[in-house]
Each structure stands twice: as structure tokens, then as C-alpha cells.
Design a protein around this ligand. Sequence first.
Ligand SMILES: [Zn+2]
Length: 87
Amino acid sequence: MEKKKLDDRDALARSAARIVCPACGNDRDFLEVADDVVLTSRYVQNSDGSFTQVGDDSQVLGEIRLYCAECNADMTYYHQRFLDMLF
Ligand SMILES: [Zn+2]
């Protein structure tokens, strides 16, 4: 298991661009999962009684993990790269 982790890090250092799941080769679909999220949204009520969202003050209190959406492999070690490449 520890060996596997080191191999993953090597792969991370070698590959310059795309994140690829080391378990199944998926390089397209990923899941970001946040623990302990407090969802806080601000709304204003319009004159006709409808509501419009004007703010999102949601906070993630727990860990954020990244998973392969194909095989659910834990790819959290790629999460920083994922954030860097998120546009
Ligand atoms: Zn996978």
C-alpha cells in the first residue's frame, strides 16, 4: 500500500498536464466531496413575493477529497492540482 502511494507521487511528478486515475485510467470524470459543509445562502424577497439569491456564504469545515467518478478511487493527492487547473 505504501509502495503504491509512492508510485502515485512519481506519476504526479512526471505527468505535466492531465490528471489520470491510477486505478482505471479515467481522465474525464471526477468527484469533489466536502465533509461538514455549512450551506448559508442569502435571499431577498421581491415585491411579488418571489426570492432571488444574492449571496452564498457556504463554508467547508471538514476535509475536501477528490475521487475518480468511474471507480471511486481516492485521488485527493491530486486535489491541489485540480484546484490549480479549475477555471
Ligand atoms: Zn478510476
